[in-house]
Ligand binder design. Structure first.
Ligand code: CA
Length: 234
């Protein structure tokens, strides 16, 4: 099923490139390898990949400028591969139009989950289909967007309006990281202060209500310094 899907891997570290290539080819994705930013950009233009994995630390140019150049003409999903030392670049990369990121070192299941999520969201955009109105289901949690209802193991959980908005937005983007700023803007509007406190307070209340153990969340994960990510559906 993945046979027609082409993934461009722009990564100068041979070991990581080889690891990614073997994981992806085992799942029957087609891999287009590129070692430099320049090579990646030219492969992106000539081969029209369905998704791009982009290392931020490239020998010839900054990964962030690769994103800028790509976004001038393409909306292809981009997953950034970042090292720990590039924590701040991660947020910058997402701000500049990357779809998600993965931090080194990562395993094959994490890599494949990120790719599936990014492809799923990009297909939705291409077909212009509305966000799914069918309920979200994960590990006993059900979110019904039309009824504005949240159930855990059949029991209704009462959320405030803003709490529901936050949970619904995360669920509609499940598997994908959402930046703190984007969440704040979505809930409180574009002129709201970029202060995470109110979001954190809301998230603490949401977790207290929906998580079996708020200290070890299973539905909504914190990506430190970046944002939140909701668990993929079952
Ligand atoms: Ca590198």
């Amino acid at each position: 099923m993945n046979q027609m899907i082409k993934i461009l891997v722009i990564e100068d570290e041979k070991n990581i490139r080889n690891f990614i290539t073997s994981v992806l080819t085992s799942q029957k994705y087609q891999v287009i390898p590129a070692v430099t930013g320049k090579e990646g950009l030219s492969q992106a233009a000539s081969r029209c990949p369905d998704l791009i994995l982009l290392d931020l630390g490239l020998p010839d140019m900054d990964g962030l400028s690769v994103i800028d150049r790509l976004r001038e003409w393409s909306s292809v999903p981009i997953i950034v591969i970042s090292a720990r030392i590039q924590e701040e670049d991660k947020v910058q990369a997402l701000d500049q139009g990357a779809d998600d990121y993965i931090t080194k070192p990562f395993g094959n299941s994490e890599l494949l989950a990120r790719i599936r999520t990014a492809l799923r969201h990009s297909n939705r955009m291409q077909t212009d289909a509305p966000l799914p109105n069918r309920p979200y289901h994960s590990q006993g949690l059900t979110i019904d967007f039309e009824k504005h209802q949240v159930l855990r193991n059949g029991t209704e959980i009462h959320l405030t309006q803003n709490e529901f908005k936050i949970v619904a937005l995360l669920a509609k983007n499940c598997g994908k990281v959402l930046l703190y700023d984007r969440l704040i803007e979505h809930i409180w509007g574009p002129y709201s202060e970029n202060d995470n406190t109110i979001l954190r307070v809301n998230m603490a209340n949401i977790r207290r209500k929906i998580e079996p153990n708020p200290a070890e969340p299973v539905y909504i994960f914190t990506e430190i310094g970046v944002g939140y990510r909701m668990a993929e559906e079952d």
